[in-house]
Design a protein around this ligand. Structure first.
Ligand code: GTP
Ligand code: MG
Length: 476
């Protein structure tokens, strides 16, 4: 066995030692610069849509199988939206064909005729009733009229009472006593209330005279779409029956359905409804293949945490997309460790909506609560938060007819300025930060389905996250 002198061993040992040290340094650097970003926020705020945009921008888009899944989801989304509107038409008692854009006097005139018809019918019935029943019916009518007219703010029960029992002149009286309010919010609320009453009266009249749905193209289309069952989606290559596109378009273009859509905050309707319904003929056509914009509009609720890796400016980013519904939030904590940055997403257009999970909590209030608990979580005491105030496109449209003061009474700014209204919600978020000296909140106004707009924001955000992390580990 040969002997090796220490003089021969040492250079080899020190070379190996240096190589190991270099590797450790490389690993450490990689570990430190492997950036873990969490996408957090309540359900339907747009987290998965933002992830899709990251994939278009820094990844390879979507595989054929994924596109097939989106195709199926988009078709199901479209049919579900139309079925939801059909159900809402029934629940809100809106007749097909109802046109709220008619001047209020025309609607009132319509009410007069309908109430006259109702009065004659009631007279015909009451003459056949025994006197004590007539008395009780009369009492019921008087009570409901009084309760409707004496209330300052008209609740939906009051509306019911006025519409089912009151007359056109009473509705007119309500309009003339309550409409002169100079406050934008009150006025629009009361006009909306009056239009809703007219819709109900018309609905009741149609039901009285013609049964639930008169035979016409809309009612045929409604019956056709109502009966569809697409619960498992479409199979590969499978298409919708050829008449469905026409049915969807007939329903969607009905003025009553359009009016119902303006009241979609009173029920649960996904935000892509208008986009999908406007594109129904393309989506329902045989051989439909979704384009990128369709994929961005597709709504698939996230129920399993998805991790996606990207190389951005030579650094590895892992972005985690979690489910935002209440039942999904329990899973978030498992991903908090080692988090380098949080992108918190709030849908600003949800200020007039109720939660999907419970129909009594305002979605924006829920979003602010969730934001507060993440922002002040002990593990994130020093973690900056990138705040995406998302769905600015929908917010801008909504704000024109629904002042936020109707839902957030402490808002005292300009009713229609998008900037001022949006700043109010940003300030509400910032004021929740209990560690203002340890962390910053960086707000961005986004429309996640608008590729051009969001791309700029994502590039800026990725650059900022990277610079900050590299600075922190002293590599700059
Ligand atoms: N118009 C518009 N629609 C948006 C925007 N962001 C998201 N959406 C749509 O809103 C719906 C919900 O978006 P998602 O990305 O699925 O929401 P999410 O936060 O991932 O929801 P969960 O998975 O339930 O937590 C989808 O139909 C999106 O296309 C936006 O900025 N503007
Ligand atoms: Mg999601």
């Amino acid at each position: 066995m040969g002997c090796v002198s220490s003089a021969q061993v040492e250079p080899r040992v020190s070379a190996t030692h240096k190589a190991i040290e270099r590797q450790i340094r490389r690993d450490k650097k990689e570990m430190e610069t492997h950036i873990k970003v969490l996408l957090l926020g309540p359900g339907e705020s747009g987290k998965s849509t933002i992830l899709k945009q990251f994939r278009y921008l820094y990844g390879n888009g979507f595989s054929d199988i994924e596109i097939q899944v989106f195709r199926s989801a988009i078709v199901v989304n479209l049919i579900t939206c139309i079925q939801t509107l059909i159900t809402a038409m029934e629940n809100l008692k809106i007749p097909y064909g109802f046109d709220p854009s008619l001047p209020l006097e025309n609607l009132e005139a319509m009410l007069t005729l309908e109430n006259e018809a109702e009065r004659r019918q009631t007279n015909a019935t009451t003459t056949l009733l025994p006197t004590d029943q007539q008395e009780s019916q009369h009492q019921q009518q008087s009570t409901s009229m009084l309760s409707g007219l004496s209330s300052a703010s008209v609740s939906s029960e009051d509306e019911d009472a006025i519409v089912s029992k009151g007359s056109a002149s009473e509705v007119k009286e309500l309009s003339s006593t309550s409409l002169p309010s100079t406050e934008n919010g009150n006025r629009s609320k009361q006009c909306a209330c009056l239009i809703a009453q007219c819709a109900r009266a018309r609905y009741e009249a149609i039901k009285r005279t013609e049964g639930p749905l008169p035979e016409n193209p809309v009612s045929k289309a409604v019956a056709r779409v109502k009966g569809m069952n697409l619960i498992f989606g479409l199979q590969r290559e499978e298409s919708l029956p050829p008449d469905i596109a026409e049915c969807v378009s007939v329903i969607w273009n009905d003025p009553g359905v359009q009016y119902c859509y303006t009241r979609s905050n009173e029920f649960q309707l996904i935000d892509c409804c208008k986009y999908l319904a406007d594109n129904a003929s393309r989506i329902c056509a045989p051989g439909y293949a979704p384009v990128d914009d369709d994929i961005l509009q597709a709504r698939i609720m996230t129920t399993a945490v998805a991790e996606h890796n990207f190389i951005i400016q030579h650094q590895k980013f892992s972005i985690f997309d979690v489910g935002g519904q209440r039942s999904q939030r329990k899973k978030w904590a498992a991903y908090f460790d080692g988090c380098s940055a949080i992108i918190f997403v709030i849908a600003i257009s949800c200020y007039d909506q109720l939660c999907f999970e419970d129909y009594s909590t305002n979605r924006m209030v829920e979003a602010l609560n969730v934001f507060g608990s993440i922002c002040n979580h002990p593990l994130f005491k020093k973690t900056d938060i990138i705040l995406f105030i998302n769905k600015m496109d929908l917010f801008t449209i909504k704000l024109a007819t629904k002042p936020i003061r109707e839902f957030f009474s402490d808002y005292t700014g300009d009713a229609t300025s998008v900037e001022e209204n949006a700043a109010y919600f940003v300030n509400r978020c910032i004021s929740l930060n209990k560690y203002p000296n340890d962390k910053d909140i960086y707000p961005h106004f986004t429309s996640a389905t608008d590729t051009k707009q969001i791309t700029k924001v994502l590039i800026t955000v990725a650059h900022c996250i990277l610079s900050k992390i590299l600075k922190d580990i002293d590599l700059l």
